[in-house]
Write a protein that binds this ligand. Structure first.
Ligand SMILES: Nc1ncnc2c1ncn2[C@@H]1O[C@H](COP(=O)(O)OP(=O)(O)OP(=O)(O)O)[C@@H](O)[C@H]1O
Length: 467
């Protein structure tokens, strides 16, 4: 790390939204006030009083660099007018006795997590003098193994942990799955700071981290810790995880009891078009295209090369919803009192489907608002469905999700809050019995089923921006 730079001639130009200073060597510098990550008080042993952490944009017009920004800092002897609102105390989750654990998921998205660590997270931690340990993923098992051997053990022993996770949704889901399958009680719930480095980044986008991974570093200094609600997805005994670019199968759970075939997630459980396109596009070849990979796979599913219509997914769907009880002989309760809520279970009349999705979050990508009524981490589950359509019509409907979720107003769409969803699959080919749980793909056996419901436990916290 370079020696601290103590600034002189610091001035705040509120009208221009700029901060100017003279470094100890070199020309006057200027940044936008919006690029300030935060200002912290220097340690007692320091000669300066404050440290300004900011995002430096080093991109040039010709550079094709996906992570051009970096986090850096300079020191101040005193605080000029106009900067006091940027002064932050270190949040409790950065004041634990244990080193911060950083997990870099090297294959997430287009493989930028290492750069994001080098340019954003590492200089941030060093600027604050925080001690940290790093794990870079070597395989798709790394996070699962680390969660099992370290994070879970410490959580059960009551040791407070903060984990900075540079990944997409997959890394978070690996942690959720390991913690949810633990039979022991968690004594200290870990705080997870998600730095979005994946393709969809549904959870990060949904909690408000939509300006890229370097910008998400801000939240490390000024976020709040919120518990993560999860779904439990139970499967029929023959269901198997699809791994190795679709070529291999693995057990869902190492427990031999078939009734324990459960996966846990925090984002989405889907069947039909969504699950098929996530499954088809999860190959090294497709991953190179970033977010485009979803659209490319969708095009192939919606416009089969043999000129046929898109597949009609066969199965029966049963929903359980919460509804206020209807009072006998009345048109609702006019007294203003809350009506008791009862569960209502019914099977959809349609047995052919195209898009079937249950979600806990509003966004599947930064601008793809799948469930506009959802609020991240509020623990409410919503169900979306539409039936068989032409490729053009399905695309039209899904593109409306990019207009703040306008698709849910379309009469072709079923959209409602649910407590439980059960699907009984009536498909012969395994290809059409693949489902997606937060990016993981499961192939259900012929005549098999899956059942999605909320898990009552909250075993992990997520650091979210304060609104
Ligand atoms: N070194 C590695 N070798 C093989 N697989 C890896 C390696 N590092 C990470 N992975 C796997 O790559 C996948 C990346 O998933 P992740 O969700 O983080 O990114 P993504 O799929 O691009 O994003 P999103 O889920 O947000 O769309 C995970 O399954 C992870 O276990």
């Amino acid at each position: 790390m370079s020696p601290p730079e103590v600034a002189a001639d610091i001035s705040v130009d509120v009208a221009a939204g700029a901060l100017r200073w003279s470094p100890s060597a070199g020309h006057e510098r200027q940044i936008k006030l919006t690029d300030i990550v935060g200002i912290v008080r220097a340690s007692a042993s320091s000669t300066s009083a404050y440290r300004v952490l900011y995002i430096e944009n080093t991109s040039s017009a010709n550079e094709k660099d996906e992570t051009p920004s970096s986090v850096t800092h300079f020191d101040l002897a005193s605080l000029p007018d106009g900067l006091s609102s940027h002064v932050k105390d270190l949040p409790a989750y950065l004041c634990k006795h244990k080193p911060v654990h950083v997990v870099v998921s090297t294959q997430s998205g287009t493989g930028t997590a290492k750069d994001v660590f080098r340019n954003g997270v590492e200089p941030f931690l060093q600027s604050l003098g925080l001690v940290y340990e790093i794990t870079e993923t070597q395989s798709s098992q790394t996070i699962l193994e680390l969660a099992q051997s370290r994070f879970l053990e410490d959580a059960c022993a009551g040791i407070a942990q903060t984990i900075i996770l540079l990944s997409g949704d997959g890394g978070l889901v690996d942690l959720i799955d390991v913690f949810s399958k633990c039979q022991r009680s968690i004594q200290a719930v870990p705080d997870i700071a998600l730095i979005p480095c994946g393709t969809g980044n549904a959870m990060a986008s949904s909690i408000g981290l939509r300006s890229g991974p370097i910008d998400a570093v801000r939240t490390l200094l000024s976020g709040q810790s919120c518990s993560v609600p999860t779904i439990a997805v139970r499967f029929s005994p023959g269901a198997q995880l699809v791994i190795g670019e679709g070529r291999q199968r693995a057990l869902i759970s190492n427990i031999s009891d078939p009734s324990q075939q459960t996966l846990y997630g925090a984002v989405v459980a889907s069947w039909g078009l969504h699950a098929a396109l996530v499954a088809d596009s999860d190959t090294t070849e497709y991953r190179k295209f970033g977010m485009e990979r979803f659209k490319m796979a969708a095009t192939e599913l919606l416009h089969p090369t043999d000129g046929s219509m898109p597949h009609r997914f066969q199965g029966r769907i049963k929903l359980t919803t919460s509804r206020p009880s209807v009072s006998l002989g009345g048109n609702g309760d006019e007294s203003g009192c809350q009506q008791p809520v009862t569960s209502h279970e019914y099977t959809l009349p349609e047995t052919e489907h195209m898009y079937v999705l249950t979600t806990l979050v509003p966004r599947l990508e930064k601008d793809f608002v799948i469930s506009p009524a959802s609020k991240a981490l509020d623990g409410r589950m919503r169900f979306l469905r539409f039936g068989p359509l032409s490729g053009e019509e399905a695309m039209r409907l899904l593109m409306l999700a990019y207009q703040d979720g306008a698709h849910v107003k379309d009469e072709l769409m079923t959209y409602e809050e649910v407590e439980r969803v059960r699907i009984d699959f009536d498909e012969e080919m395994e290809r059409w019995r693949r489902v997606c749980i937060d990016g993981k793909i499961v192939a259900v056996e012929q005549s098999g089923w899956m059942e999605i419901s909320m898990d009552a436990r909250r075993l992990l916290n997520l650091i979210t921006p304060i609104e």
